[in-house]
Design a protein around this ligand. Structure first.
Ligand code: PFF
Length: 452
């Protein structure tokens, strides 16, 4: 069935290639689009602090576990879970964890693609100089016009979905690796430029205070859940994306070191995005809680008024598009890998089927911003529902299950053998994954349910 040293889908050419791909998966719309707007909606500093604590206490140990389990299982998350459960004589039903992850990835991609489509639409707007010297009202109108236009959004969503599937089709080395090679450094540079611009707005201090000065009266249980869910979302955890990437990782590469790098880079990008955006919000009397449109209503203001803004505007949205692409390919990879392993179909067919289904759901998401905006379940439209269901529920619960499996079910000798870290480091990780991570997620859920 499985060759223990390599996945049937191929493997990364080097440790660097894996780092690029996993960082590419982690750094995406979550950092630049989602982190600022949910921080704005949840009052700033205290939310950021809870998020950072979750990255450290949950994200890092669980990422180590996911990569380790993926490399040991060497297949799609569903089959990996099955193999690992057999190996450790655990209940075979653990493979349902792989299913929940695959479904979560699919649901996330449906809306992720729509938002990435907005970024693509903004490349064109930037190119035609739509931001130049625009007032905050004009920039807001520009965004609202896009929201009100389902046809345009579907057009961009379709293009994005097509681009994603084209990369996924080419497989591990052909598509995924090449997509991220130059992207990360370039994105980093442009974010630094935006931060430098933010310093000139006159509201830099106010923005930074908003981000880093915790006021705990501003958050409640739901905000804590959102912060925790976002730690999973931003690190691509709890659904098998990092697990499937781990399955393409050659043996004897340090999983722990790699994880610290990925989590560090991811966090820095999110914080830079926040530092670039909030001064703009305050300098222009915009609403910090503007929601999913926040970056589209703030950053164009910077591009419209800074020196070289035309070029930087184009570059920024191009990079945002690529950052989204390198994440979206990891969202669908578990499903594609599973279809190829189990349904005896070619990779390109697996891509076509899963891409088409995801596209269709994405069309519903587009409508939730206009013609279906009043169609609500639990007071949430389709976009909000998918986001809540995946980021706030499925990923943290999936992450908790991964922690329980790695800490309690898997033989610790096997985990240690796969991780190859010194005894003390292993004990520290094992303690976190066994006790701290599952308990923390559990307590947050109890709190949200009002039990605590
Ligand atoms: N981490 C990505 C982001 O921050 O944009 C989103 C994501 C990718 C979530 C892959 C989950 C995943 F499996």
């Amino acid at each position: 069935m499985t060759d223990k040293t390599q996945s049937i889908h191929g493997q990364w050419s080097s440790r660097f290639a894996f780092i690029l791909a996993a960082t590419g998966s982690a750094v995406g719309l979550g950092n630049i689009w989602k982190f600022p707007y949910i921080t704005g909606e949840n009052g700033g500093g205290a939310f950021v602090l809870v998020y950072l604590m979750c990255v450290a206490a949950l994200g890092i140990p669980i990422m180590i576990a996911e990569i380790m389990m993926g490399r040991r299982g060497r297949q799609s998350p569903i089959n990996t879970m099955q193999t690992l459960a057999e190996e450790s004589k655990a209940d075979p039903r653990w493979h349902y964890l792989g299913w929940s992850g695959m479904i979560a990835g699919f649901l996330i991609l449906a809306y992720y693609s729509v938002i990435a489509g907005w970024a693509m639409a903004y490349i064109v707007k930037a190119f035609f100089g739509d931001f130049i010297n625009s007032s905050p009202e004009e920039i807001q109108r520009l965004f609202q016009n896009l929201m009100d236009n389902p046809v345009q959004q579907i057009f961009w969503h379709t293009l994005f979905m097509y681009a994603t599937m084209a990369f996924v089709m080419r497989g591990v080395q052909g598509g995924l690796e090449k997509a991220v090679r130059f992207l990360m450094p370039a994105l980093f540079v442009i974010l630094i430029l935006l931060v430098a611009y933010a310093m000139t707005t006159g509201a830099y201090e106010q923005g930074v205070t908003f981000l880093f000065n915790p006021d705990f009266s501003k958050i409640d249980g739901d905000a804590v859940l959102t912060a925790m869910g976002h730690a999973f979302f931003t690190l691509s955890l709890g659904m098998g994306a990092i697990m499937v990437y781990g399955s393409y990782l050659p043996a004897h590469i340090s999983i722990a070191k790699t994880t610290f790098f990925i989590a560090g880079a991811d966090t820095v990008v999110a914080l830079l995005a926040g530092i670039a955006i909030f001064p703009l919000v305050f300098a222009n009397q915009l609403e910090a809680s503007a929601g999913p449109g926040l970056i589209f209503q703030t950053l164009p203001l910077a591009f419209g008024h800074m020196a070289g803004g035309w070029l930087f505007g184009i570059l920024f949205f191009v990079l945002l598009f690529f950052a989204a692409l390198s994440s979206s390919i990891s969202l669908i990879e578990p499903a594609v890998a599973w279809l190829v392993e189990n349904k005896d179909i070619e990779r390109h067919q697996a891509c076509a089927w899963s891409g088409a289904a995801c596209w269709l759901l994405g069309v519903g998401v587009v409508f939730s911003f206009n013609i279906w905006s009043d169609l609500k379940l639990f007071d949430k439209n389709l976009f909000e529902l998918l986001d809540y269901l995946t980021a706030n529920l499925m990923l943290p619960l999936g992450g908790m299950a991964i922690a329980i499996f790695a800490g309690w079910m898997m033989k610790s000798s096997l985990a240690q053998q796969e991780l190859e870290i010194p005894e003390q480091g292993f004990q520290a990780w094992h303690f976190l994954i066994k006790y701290v991570s599952p308990t923390a997620v559990f307590l947050v859920f109890l709190h949200v349910l009002g039990v605590l």
